[in-house]
Design a protein around this ligand. Sequence first.
Ligand code: 5GP
Length: 185
Amino acid sequence: MSLIVLVGPAGVGKGSVVKELLGHGGYRLSVSATTREPRAGEVDGEHYHFVSSRVFERMIENAELIEWAKVHGNHYYGTPKAELERAAAERVHLILEIDLQGARQIAGAGIEHIGIFLEPPSWEELERRLRSRGTETESEIQTRLATAREELAAADEFENRLVNDDLGTTAQRIRELVTKREEKK
Ligand code: 5GP
């Protein structure tokens, strides 16, 4: 079982790449805990574990999270240890779609993983994709673009950098990285 840490700016297409990976079987997306409100259509326990700040703080105190961060300046997000344990027990590769701060914590803790930074073909394309989702307000888009600028500057911290031109190709490259890692074990 491999742990895949997938990072990239909002709008780069992480969600679509993940969907493509999940469609082939053998992969699972980790369900994070968050203090943000669910968006329309989001299901508790499926997209996120939506929790109060009190519950999130308790999870930190009880060391139930392998990493956690305040993202976009206002909400907390974290990966429950239980997600890793479940994936290991069920022998599936686990994908963590987390922010840069979380990825740095995983690397810093010496947890074995495949770090992947997903890059947009261009800055203009990233902005276009982010706006075309229609899920964020203009002010949220501006916050995400500012975060994206910071994240893109950190791309070279990652062992693997993939330009997400075509999601089928990107997903295939990720599967190859996983196969290579599994062969080394
Ligand atoms: P959204 O609110 O749009 O679902 O996610 C916002 C950001 O939170 C994304 O950049 C995503 O990568 C990040 N994120 C989601 N779950 C986690 C997590 O468990 N840990 C960390 N560090 N970031 C997360």
